[in-house]
Design a protein around this ligand. Structure first.
Ligand SMILES: NC(=O)c1ccc[n+]([C@@H]2O[C@H](COP(=O)([O-])OP(=O)(O)OC[C@H]3O[C@@H](n4cnc5c(N)ncnc54)[C@H](O)[C@@H]3O)[C@@H](O)[C@H]2O)c1
Length: 258
């Protein structure tokens, strides 16, 4: 049991990719803070397993975010069960092993764009209307937090299509922030550097550099911890950042300072 009277006590928090490294940790942290959770992932078994330890009200939904109906169902499930959405975290994403753009197949590129960019577009298109409506009716604000990447801010050698999709997420974030600034919805993006989740340890570094080598490219000489990323998500989602919208939070150990 955590801070049940803090800013997230009773808040409805929707998280995609909730069975993954960042998603599981966010669910635990928001749940401990008293939030009610709507969790989605395409990996049904892992989602059920990871949610089993949560001590809060939780709705689980399995589905692939490349299909618009997954986003529609997720929002409908949140509204049916809890009546509103306070925070939506568009976190589900995929990567491939490092390889130059000319070696990426069209099918790989299309899948990366479908999940990492279209998935977020579908999600936001369904999350925004009920958030705007509630603000118009009650004055209660909400927040969207998109998990982009430092590859959404600067180029990524060997991850060109991933970077293209994540730059797209940053563009979406800024534009939606402008569109919704007077409608009670803040929209921000978290842009982490490499962090040791399955995405990095099992996919991006497959057949390539190990984690120690990746750390050498980061001024602080370590990867982002999952906690580093989750803390930034909590801040972007909380009323503590109520005047901050359309921003990228670079959780990057100093990379973009140079
Ligand atoms: N780990 C890193 O180094 C890093 C750095 C920057 C940004 N990110 C971003 O953080 C987010 C979370 O990544 P992670 O590191 O936790 O990876 P992860 O692989 O541990 O988790 C990703 C989760 O998303 C789910 N998912 C993937 N495609 C999906 C789809 N089409 N529909 C529904 N669910 C789907 C997976 O099943 C998995 O549970 C991603 O958007 C990723 O691009 C990660």
């Amino acid at each position: 049991m955590g801070e049940r009277c803090g800013p997230f006590a009773g808040a409805v928090v929707l998280i995609t990719g909730a069975a993954g490294g960042f998603g599981q940790a966010m669910a635990k942290r928001f749940g401990d803070a008293g939030a009610r959770l709507v969790l989605a992932d395409r990996d049904e078994a892992l989602l059920a397993e990871s949610a089993a330890g949560l001590d809060c009200e939780t709705v689980l939904l399995s589905g692939d975010i490349i299909h618009e109906e997954t986003s529609a169902c997720l929002v409908a499930a949140a509204l049916d069960r809890f009546g509103a959405i306070d925070v939506a975290i568009n976190n589900a994403g995929i990567a491939t092993a490092f390889k130059p753009l000319h070696e990426v197949t069209a099918a790989e590129a299309e899948q990366l764009i479908a999940v990492n960019l279209m998935g977020v577009i579908h999600g936001m298109r369904h999350q925004l209307p009920p958030m705007r409506l509630r603000f118009a009716e009650t004055g209660r604000p909400s927040a969207i937090v998109n998990i982009a990447s430092i590859a959404g801010v600067i180029g990524a050698n060997g991850l060109a299509v991933y970077a293209a999709a994540k730059h797209g997420v940053v563009g979406l974030t800024k534009s939606a922030a402008l569109e919704n600034a007077r409608h009670g919805v803040r929209v921000n993006a978290i842009c982490p550097t490499f962090s040791p989740t399955a995405m990095v340890t099992e996919t991006i570094t497959k057949g390539g550099p190990d984690v120690d080598l990746l750390a050498k490219g980061i001024p602080m000489r370590r990867l982002a911890s999952v906690e580093d990323v989750v803390e930034a998500v909590l801040y972007a989602a909380s009323p503590a950042s109520s005047f901050i919208t359309g921003q990228t939070f670079n959780v990057d150990g100093g990379i973009t300072a140079g």
